[in-house]
Ligand binder design. Structure first.
Ligand code: 5GP
Length: 176
């Protein structure tokens, strides 16, 4: 097994612990309470549960960015190509224009931060739409990969609920 991929199927990805998701959503809502968030964005599918809970606690809508296999040629959409960390293939990250306004201040929530491909793609779509990415909330940041640095260098604020310094077979070391 690839030792840089952590399996979380029992509580995040496949079976979902709703009480835990509610607590994570509450924590994001508290952390970003003063950021003027108007919408929570997430990337299908694993980010949906915590993002929905965060949106509920912030009392704002949640919008799902879709992973399409090909470009949509009609309709009002923003699309950008993103490389999937776990699958090694790419997809068209897709945002329907009707769900974003120029004055939106967006909190992006995702389950994992690895190399920052997904979040950087979402940031591109939000910028293209003329809105503001006010913050990024991550459940599990793998701090030994370059995602945080990449996002911070691009000027984005990242809040991670858990930070992993090292992963190996049977080993998870958290950042102190
Ligand atoms: P990035 O785009 O930052 O390189 O990778 C983040 C995306 O890849 C997340 O949306 C997540 O779905 C997936 N991902 C990255 N690392 C892991 C991992 O260790 N475990 C799981 N289950 N998904 C991961």
């Amino acid at each position: 097994m690839d030792s840089t991929v952590l399996k979380v199927g029992s509580f995040i990805n496949h079976q979902v612990d709703s009480d835990f998701m509610n607590e994570l959503g509450k924590d994001f809502a508290e952390h970003f309470a003063d950021y003027g968030i108007t919408k929570v964005f997430t990337i299908e599918s694993s980010g949906i549960a915590p993002a929905l809970m965060a949106a509920k606690h912030l009392n704002v809508p949640m919008v799902i960015l879709k992973k399409q296999t090909s470009k949509i040629l009609d309709g009002e959409v923003y699309q950008t190509r993103v490389m999937s960390f776990t699958k090694g293939t790419s997809y068209e990250l897709t945002l329907f224009a009707e769900f974003i306004d120029k004055d939106d201040r967006i909190l992006l929530i995702d389950d994992f931060l690895a190399n920052g491909e997904a979040a950087t793609g979402a940031a591109r779509l939000i910028r293209e739409a003329g809105a503001t990415l006010a913050g990024i909330g991550i459940l599990i940041e793998k701090s030994f990969q370059k995602g945080r640095q990449r996002l911070e260098e691009a000027g984005y604020y990242v809040y991670s609920q858990a930070q992993i310094a090292r992963l190996d077979t049977g080993v998870i070391e958290f950042v102190e």
